[in-house]
Design a protein around this ligand. Structure first.
Ligand SMILES: [Zn+2]
Length: 252
C-alpha cells in the first residue's frame, strides 16, 4: 500500500517537472508575454540608487514595439509584450562563474533558480520571464560582467549601467537576454566577440558583404569587416534574423 502511494507521488512530481520543462521550452506566442523586471542596486552607490528611483516601465516602450514588430513580421499574427517594473530587490543574483566547468555551470544554474524562487512573492504574479537588472554606476564600473539568462526557469541576470547615456545600449542587452530566456542562442565568437558568419549577420546575403547597416541582436555587434565589429547605438540598429526567429519558435 505505502509503496504504491510513494510511487504515485513520485510519478506526480515527475509529471509536474516534465510539464514545467515543456512549458519553458515551448512559449505560446499567441498569449501575451509578461516580462517582470526587478532592479537591483548592484554596487550599493547612492548615484545608482537615484538612477533606479527614476526608472519606469515606460522606458521600455521602444523595446516592446521592437519585439512586437519582429514577432508580427515572422509569425504573421500579433504577439503582445508587457514590461512590468517590479520591486527593487536587495539581494544580488549569484555571480555567473567565469571560465566555468560544466559542474560550475550546473551548480550556478541551480543556485540562480533557488535565488529566483526565494525572491518571488505572490504579488509578483506569474510572469513569462523574470529579469534581475543589476545596475552599476558607469563612473565606477567601466566594464560590465557577462549577463546570462536561463531558458529552464525563464530567468535572467542582466548587468546594466545606471546612466541615461547608456539607456539605449541597456535596452539592447536587456532584449538580447530576454530572447535567451526563450531559447535564442548567441551568434558571436565567444573568444573574440566577432559576429559569426552567416548566422550572426543581419544581412548575410548582401553584396558586397560590407558595410552592414545593422547588427543581428543575438550577435550583438555590427560586423565592419571579417575581423572587426562595432556596438550598435540603439535597438533600431539591430534586427532579429530568420535563424533566431526559428529558435524562438516564430518561424518554421
Ligand atoms: Zn548572449
Amino acid at each position: 500500500m505505502w509503496k504504491k502511494i510513494r510511487i504515485l507521488i513520485l510519478l506526480i512530481i515527475l509529471l509536474i517537472v516534465a510539464v514545467n520543462a515543456y512549458r519553458d521550452q515551448n512559449q505560446n506566442w499567441s498569449k501575451p508575454v509578461m516580462v517582470l523586471l526587478h532592479p537591483i542596486n548592484a554596487d550599493g552607490l547612492p548615484t545608482t540608487q537615484q538612477y533606479i528611483q527614476q526608472l519606469s516601465g515606460q522606458d521600455l516602450n521602444g523595446a516592446r514595439e521592437y519585439l512586437e514588430k519582429a514577432a508580427q513580421q515572422y509569425r504573421g499574427q500579433p504577439t503582445y509584450f508587457y514590461f512590468n517594473l517590479g520591486r527593487e530587490l536587495n539581494a544580488l543574483p549569484p555571480k555567473v562563474p567565469e571560465q566555468a566547468s560544466l559542474i560550475d555551470t550546473v551548480l550556478w544554474s541551480l543556485k540562480f533558480r533557488f535565488y529566483a524562487w526565494k525572491q518571488h512573492e505572490s504579488a509578483d504574479g506569474s510572469p513569462s520571464v523574470t529579469l534581475y537588472l543589476n545596475y552599476y554606476d558607469s563612473a565606477q564600473t567601466k566594464q560590465l560582467k557577462h549577463s546570462t539568462a536561463l531558458q529552464k526557469g525563464r530567468i535572467g541576470s542582466v548587468n546594466l549601467f545606471a546612466s541615461k547615456k547608456q539607456a539605449e545600449q541597456n535596452k539592447i542587452v536587456l532584449v538580447h537576454e530576454l530572447l535567451h530566456a526563450f531559447g535564442a542562442s548567441d551568434k558571436y565568437d565567444l573568444a573574440t566577440g566577432q559576429p559569426l558568419y552567416p548566422v550572426g549577420y543581419a544581412f548575410p546575403d548582401q553584396q558586397p558583404l560590407f558595410p552592414q547597416a545593422k547588427a543581428e541582436l543575438m550577435a550583438g555587434h555590427i560586423p565592419t569587416s571579417q575581423t572587426t565589429s562595432k556596438m550598435p547605438d540603439a535597438l533600431e540598429q539591430t534586427l532579429i534574423n530568420a535563424i533566431t526567429a526559428i529558435e524562438l519558435g516564430w518561424k518554421e
